[in-house]
Structure formats: structure tokens, C-alpha cells
Design a protein around this ligand. Structure first.
Ligand code: PEP
Ligand code: MG
Length: 581
């Protein structure tokens, strides 16, 4: 049994599929002379298998997108069959008695590095092709799955991976995924966010779990306790079966609340909205009983493709989200690319500190054509359902003004073209940068609302990388410093008559919600699977007690103390939510 960080509740048992990371675990070993033919043959077989895979992907891409896109794989096939590269690998195996994985990896890296260093954009892309293709060959040699396999899972399985990039989770066959277990990550990494969205158990920060389990083995994942048990005993399976039953009974109880309002015992109404990022999430949105969408992460429309979505394509997506969010409406966040979310064609920008780099509104303002196309599409969708626009990662007033000016230009264009949109559409911004919270009073004058992104706000305030399991214990949205920034944001908003939401993961965490309500938050936006529990809790709280909890938390000496205060109130008000964990 391996212990990690529990980030998405639930228990499941099933076959494991281990996703590879070629650079990680390639052991070099000396082989005996008589092993040489076998190693040469293994390499040959892996190349043949990879050729089959590439041809198959090429066929699928050509059917699904276009033959032009599919031609990219011609370059990959040429790399795969490059006689010089394979010749050098054979030579290493034969003359230096190196195992085939290490030999092939060494040669491929040598070629990729040489091309990558030439400083030419085209050649750097070829270096990436070499790494892509050699990664596939190595995955075959090491018995690991590739991202491609995740799109076409044949049976239900638990995915074990170093980490899961948003671009990978976005294309998963979600009907067949039983859980995620990863080496890296923290509670607000995208693996965690995705798992909660799908309502499947996830445990992250398991260290080197990818090298401890193999594809095809069975495992039990416990997203409450944060463990992964490989080949569990019957007794363990029995105990977890009971836990699962308790959870199902609770879900039945919560389902009854679907049509009920999100209102406290003393009549204080809270807007309870959902976070979604793909059109595929619409059924879950409709099902969960949320008031519309509080955060649509539009950047997912830009992942896993080599071109950019057109205005028409985006309009269609935003229109569908707006319609599904009626009557409350949808908050569409403009692109938050960068950090760990990069389109395929940009994946090689290679910044030193991507989370402090070219991200979100900074990219949009630097690439006005992309920004304007998106803003036009959102505005047009506002004629078909209630829509709000929200800018991510704003850190200063000039930046906000520039974004607002771009939007104003789009409005003027649409007016002069006679294209309808909602003239009353609300425009807001996220509070994710501590500096923005500190100048919230200035910013509040020029927006209709704030939505606090506690994931990034916590990370930036406490200097904790949200993806890094080594510092995951320091990631604490209840840290008094974060709470004070939230308090300042709310005070600034109140002064100017603006409303404030929270759309970070804290908004879906019953243990933190008493503090957020007590701080005066008007809207909580959480992943659809968390909505029923949040509503259940809200309906059992009273305003004076959450206000007292927030005051005490603000004065606490540590994040742990503040959390204990909030936890105690949540557990007292809604003990049922905590029984099954
Ligand atoms: C946040 O930072 O809290 C947030 C909601 O944005 P994301 O998780 O997409 O960075
Ligand atoms: Mg964020």
C-alpha cells in the first residue's frame, strides 16, 4: 500500500494502466554477448509496433480532422525509420553490450540535443519530433501506455502517471476511467481538479508510483485516505466495499437537494455555480443542481490541436454553455493559457518559471488577434443566453484597462456590423495575484465583479507551487495571509457595490466554506460533483456562526488553526458529509 495526498474522494478497484514518461526510468545495464540478438530483436519489434501505432493515429487524425494535419505523422515515420539513428543504436548494443532501451534512448537524445541546439525554430521542432517518436518506442520497450492509448481505453482502468497534463486529461475516454494515481501533484493541480470534475477517486504525490506498478496489475485506489493498494487482499476489498456503499447512500440523500435553493438556515442566499471547462461537462452541470456556470475555463478549447479555434467554433461553444446555464448564466473566463496549459504548437516555449511567466491575460494582450476573436465570440454568445466575461491573472490597473479597451473595440465593431450582443453584459476579473487583492479598491471601480481564484492566490501568496508534491503540505488556502487578502477583496468590492465569488477549489471544500461565507462571499463556484455536498452544508449553516468562524480564522496563528475552526463548524452542522471518509 502506497500513501499519497488524497485529492478526490471515492474508492475504486480495477486494472492499472501506467502512462509513460520516457526520460525518467531508463536503466542502463550491461548485457552478455549471447543476449545481443534478443536485444536487437526487441528493438526491432518496438519499432514495428510504433510504426503500426503511428499509421493508426495518422488514419484517425485524417478521418477526424484533415489529411493535412495527418501529414505531420509522415515526419514521425521518417524519424522512426531513420537508418543512421537505428544503425548507431544497433552498434551500441552489439559493440558496447548496452541494453536496447538505454542504447536507443542515448542515440535519440544525442540527435535531438544536436538539433535543438542549432537555434533554428524548424530544427527545434524536429528535435521535439525525435523525442516524441523515441518516447513511443521506449514505452513499448518498457511495457507502458502512451497518451494515445488513453483516448481509446478498452476497459475500465485506474490511470497511473508521473502527472497528468490538462492536454491529456481533456481527451480521456471519461466513461472508462476509474481513478488517477500520480507521482507528482497537489490538491489544486489539474489532475486533482479533473478527477473531482469526473467524480472519480484520485491520489497524487505518490512519489515514484509509476515505477512500482505495471500495466495490467490490479489496484485499489482510496481517494478519502489517499492510498493506492496494489493487488489488494479480499479483506481489504471487503472493507472498502462497505465504504463505497456508505458513500452511495449519502449521494442518494444529496440528490434530493437538486432543485432546492442554496440558502442558509437564516435565509441568506448564496449563488452556487459550477466550474466547467469543456462542452462535455454540460450534462454534469445540468445534473448537479448548480446556478449556472461561475467559471468556464475557455483555454481547454485551445488544447490538443495544432491550429486555433475559429470565432465561429468558439461562438458555438460559448452559446451552448450559456444556454445550458440558463437562467443564471455563465461566466466565461478569457484564455488562461501558460503555466501548465499550453497548446501543442506552443509546448516548446520553454520558460524557466511558467507560472510567473507568459500566462493568461498577458498572452491575450500580447496577441490581440487571438484575444479579439475570443471576445467577439463571447459577445456574440451573449445574445443567446446570459453571459459574463472574466479576465484571468490581472495584476494592475493599466492591464485591466487595456483588456477593457480591447473589449470596447470589439463591442464597437459588432455594433457597426449590426451583430447583436448583450449591452448589459457584466465584466469582471479574477483575483489570483496577491498584488491585485492589495489594490482591489482601485480595480473595483472598473469591473462589475471579482472572482477569487484561491488556487493561484494561495500559490502566489505563500510561494508554493501548486503542482509540486514536495511542498503540498504548505499549500493552505486557510493561511491567515490568504484570508486577509480575501477579506480586503470583499471590503473593496462592497465599497463599490460589486459582488465577489470564489472559483478556486476551496469553494468546493466543505471544510473551508464556513470561512468563505463568513468573509462575505456572494458566489461559490465549484466542480459539479462537489455541488450537492456544498449545498447540503450551506443549508445547515447560519450567518452569525460563519461570521464568528471567519473572524476567529483571521486572527488564527496558523493555517491549521484556522482550518480547525472552520472544520469544527462544518462537522457540527453537517456530520453526514464526513462519515464516509
Ligand atoms: C484559481 O487559480 O483558483 C482558478 C480558479 O484558476 P485555475 O485553477 O484555472 O488556475
Ligand atoms: Mg488560476
Amino acid at each position: 500500500m502506497y500513501r499519497g495526498i488524497p485529492v478526490s474522494a471515492g474508492v475504486s478497484h480495477g486494472k492499472v494502466i501506467v502512462l509513460g514518461d520516457a526520460a525518467r526510468t531508463i536503466l542502463r545495464r550491461e548485457i552478455r554477448a549471447e543476449e545481443t540478438p534478443r536485444e536487437l530483436q526487441r528493438l526491432q519489434e518496438a519499432v514495428t509496433q510504433t510504426r503500426r501505432d503511428l499509421l493508426e493515429i495518422q488514419r484517425q487524425v485524417s478521418e477526424a480532422i484533415s489529411s493535412h494535419e495527418a501529414s505531420i505523422f509522415d515526419a514521425h515515420l521518417l524519424v522512426l525509420e531513420d537508418a543512421t539513428m537505428l544503425g548507431e543504436a544497433h552498434q551500441l548494443i552489439r559493440d558496447q553490450h548496452v541494453n536496447c532501451e538505454a542504447a536507443y534512448h542515448q542515440v535519440a537524445e544525442k540527435f535531438a540535443r544536436a538539433l535543438g541546439e542549432l537555434g533554428d525554430e524548424y530544427l527545434r521542432e524536429r528535435a521535439a519530433d525525435i523525442r516524441d517518436v523515441s518516447g513511443r518506442v521506449l514505452d513499448h520497450l518498457l511495457g507502458r501506455a502512451t497518451e494515445q492509448d488513453l483516448r481509446h481505453l478498452r476497459e475500465p482502468c485506474i490511470i497511473v502517471a508521473p502527472d497528468l497534463a490538462p492536454s491529456t486529461t481533456a481527451v480521456l475516454d471519461r466513461t472508462l476511467v476509474l481513478g488517477f494515481a500520480t507521482d507528482a501533484g497537489g490538491t489544486t493541480s489539474h489532475t486533482a481538479i479533473m478527477a473531482r470534475k469526473l467524480g472519480i477517486p484520485a491520489v497524487v504525490g505518490l512519489g515514484d508510483i509509476t515505477s512500482r506498478v505495471r500495466t495490467g496489475e490490479y489496484a485499489l485506489i482510496d481517494g478519502h485516505g489517499g492510498t493506492l493498494s496494489i493487488n489488494p487482499t479480499d479483506q481489504t476489498l471487503f472493507e472498502y466495499g462497505q465504504l463505497k456503499q456508505r458513500r452511495a447512500a449519502l449521494d442518494d440523500r444529496l440528490a434530493v437537494l437538486r432543485e432546492q435553493p442554496a440558502v442558509t438556515l437564516d435565509g441568506h442566499e448564496v449563488v452556487l455555480a459550477a466550474n466547467i471547462d469543456q462542452i462535455e461537462d454540460i450534462p454534469a452541470l445540468v445534473q448537479c443542481g448548480a446556478h449556472g456556470v461561475g467559471l468556464f475555463r475557455s483555454e481547454f478549447l485551445f488544447l490538443n490541436r495544432r491550429d486555433l479555434p475559429t470565432e465561429e467554433e468558439q461562438f458555438e461553444a460559448y452559446r451552448r454553455v450559456a444556454e445550458a446555464s440558463a437562467p443564471h448564466g455563465a461566466t466565461i473566463r478569457t484564455l488562461d493559457l501558460g503555466g501548465d496549459k499550453l497548446p501543442s504548437a506552443w509546448a516548446r516555449i520553454g520558460e524557466q518559471n511558467p507560472f510567473l511567466g507568459w500566462r493568461a491575460i498577458r498572452i491575450s494582450l500580447a496577441l490581440p488577434e487571438i484575444f479579439q476573436t475570443q471576445l467577439r465570440a463571447i459577445l456574440r454568445a451573449s445574445a443567446h443566453g446570459k453571459v459574463r466575461i472574466m479576465f484571468p491573472m490581472i495584476s494592475s490597473l493599466p492591464e485591466l484597462r487595456e483588456a477593457n479597451a480591447s473589449l470596447e473595440r470589439c463591442r464597437e465593431d459588432l455594433r457597426s456590423e449590426g451583430i447583436p450582443f448583450d449591452e448589459q453584459l457584466e465584466v469582471g476579473m479574477m483575483i489570483e495575484v496577491p498584488g491585485a487583492a492589495l489594490i482591489a479598491e482601485t480595480l473595483a471601480r472598473e469591473v462589475a465583479f471579482f472572482s477569487i481564484g484561491t488556487n493561484d492566490l494561495t500559490g502566489y501568496t505563500l510561494a508554493v507551487d501548486r503542482l509540486n508534491e514536495r511542498v503540498a503540505a504548505l499549500f493552505a488556502p486557510t493561511h491567515p495571509a490568504v484570508l486577509r487578502l480575501i477579506q480586503m477583496t470583499v471590503a473593496a468590492a462592497r465599497k463599490h457595490g460589486r459582488w465577489v465569488g470564489v472559483c478556486g477549489e476551496a469553494a468546493g471544500d466543505p471544510e473551508v466554506i464556513p470561512i468563505l461565507l463568513g468573509l462575505g462571499i456572494d458566489e461559490l463556484s465549484a466542480t459539479p460533483s462537489a455541488i450537492p455536498s456544498v449545498k447540503f452544508l450551506l443549508r445547515r449553516l447560519r450567518l452569525p456562526e460563519v461570521t464568528a468562524a471567519a473572524d476567529a480564522a483571521l486572527a488564527a496563528e496558523s493555517a491549521e488553526e484556522a482550518l480547525r475552526i472552520s472544520q469544527a463548524l462544518a462537522r457540527r452542522a453537517a456530520p453526514e458529509l464526513f462519515h464516509s471518509s
